[in-house]
Design a protein around this ligand. Structure first.
Ligand code: ZN
Length: 414
């Protein structure tokens, strides 16, 4: 093996030690399910080092001349990619309880993906296998012959983990956490073939949208709003107001996205009398917040706004039909006839007094909308923790029938 390859090999050994022993976020250890996910993703990154070593061995047996620098820099990039990819999971600064919220979103959408949270540059998602595949597609020379790399890659594919990213600056802003639901729905969109179910092509043709990607994004926002409630629209609206991206090829511009949300809010606003007064206030406040952000942009891309309105009108009934079929309860159905009124009232009272409470996340986050003061991330994390522990305990009780034979203290004979 040449000196250059030996150097790469040594630094891969160092990387292996880093991946094996790094445990920057000790908080994972307290929760079995999170710990298992993080450990499984660690395993995948160790396998990625194995892949890299296979290529190293393979290349070192080839007669490389002028292509040597390109191959070495490719191996170095793979190495750097593994380190970054792994550290953005174990080093994520978001409170560990955010995992409970994302698991809740998975349960709410009946999605079965295995996931880890990662700190990144935006709210987006990817997977460990996708990462390595993207890197490999950048290789400027043919792959070496006779390695085990493909078999190892297949192993990574079979054990793959979804990486759900939050934007690094937002780690302590619980108001943005509902945006994770958008990422969860991106995957449901594929697995449940929602493009067909919600007739996305049809509306795309109707409005003459050349690029269907933004239509999909609008539909995903509506799915999230309808299921989680107005707080999702407030999250999206506040987040974009703070960081106006101006819209990309895949995501429609700010004005259009907000306009889409307003259609939804306007629709449930009309049904506000069917709900309790507190839920009515939440809907009204959400509408006001989103509208106040939209007003400043209402002259931008007016044509696109009109198109988003059509997407909304066509997709919303189909979304409701899809939820009914999947037995998923929309926000408005969960609060109709004043249902959950007491839960909302109690949650609001607890928030006012600063006492964390085990509250269903949908009720908790929607209640946050009407708070005058901003609520600390520690408070929200503590509520999520209490709620998760209560649910977990309840499922243990249900499974073991503890309820039928309660543990009673030894009675003092009196
Ligand atoms: Zn998206």
């Amino acid at each position: 093996m040449s000196a250059t390859f030996r150097e790469v090999s040594l630094s891969l050994d160092k990387l292996r030690t880093i991946v094996q022993h790094n445990d920057r976020n000790q908080a994972f250890g307290a929760y079995h399910s999170i710990n298992t996910s993080v450990e499984s993703s660690r395993e995948l990154y160790l396998q990625r080092i194995d892949v890299c070593e296979e290529y190293l061995k393979g290349f070192s047996q080839e007669k490389l001349t002028n292509s040597l620098p390109a191959v070495v820099s490719f191996l170095r990039e793979m190495e750097a990619g593994i380190k970054t990819g792994f550290l953005e999971i174990v080093g994520a600064k978001i409170p560990v309880e955010a995992y409970f919220l994302v698991q809740y979103f998975h349960d709410l959408t009946k999605s079965k993906n295995r996931f880890v949270l990662a700190e990144g540059r935006a709210f987006e998602s990817g997977s460990v296998y996708e990462e390595v595949r993207t890197e490999l597609s950048d290789l400027p020379v043919p792959l070496p012959q006779g390695t085990q790399a493909e078999t190892l890659l297949l192993g990574i594919k079979n054990e793959d983990f979804l990486k759900i990213y939050y934007e690094a600056l937002m780690f302590d802003s619980p108001l943005t956490w509902p945006l994770f639901l958008h990422e969860v729905f991106h995957h449901t969109y594929e697995t449940d073939k929602l493009e067909e179910v919600l007739q996305v092509h049809k509306v795309q043709n109707e409005i003459g949208a050349a690029d269907g990607d933004w239509v999909k994004e609008t539909v995903i926002d509506l799915l999230a709003c309808a299921l989680f409630g107005p707080s999702y629209s407030v999250s999206l609206s506040e987040y974009h107001e703070g960081f106006p991206g101006g819209g990309t090829i895949s995501h429609p511009s700010h004005s259009a996205r907000l306009y889409g949300l307003l259609q939804f809010l306007g629709d449930i606003y009309k049904r506000k009398n069917e709900t309790s007064s507190i839920v009515g206030d939440i809907i009204e406040e959400s509408f006001k917040i989103v509208e106040s952000h939209w007003v400043g942009h209402r002259r931008e891309k007016e044509e696109l706004q009109k198109q988003v309105k059509v997407v909304y009108e066509r997709a919303y009934p189909l979304i409701q039909e899809y939820f009914r079929r999947m037995k998923l309860t929309t926000f408005i159905a969960s609060v109709a006839d004043g249902k959950d009124a007491q839960e909302f009232a109690l949650t609001t009272k607890y928030i006012t007094y600063g006492i964390p409470r085990a509250t269903d996340p949908r009720i908790l986050f929607n209640s946050l909308v009407i708070q005058k003061e901003s609520v600390s991330p520690h408070y929200v994390a503590e509520c999520l923790k209490k709620w998760y522990l209560q649910e977990k305990w309840q499922s243990v009780v249900n499974q073991t029938n503890l309820a039928k034979s309660p543990i009673v203290p030894r009675s003092s004979s009196s």
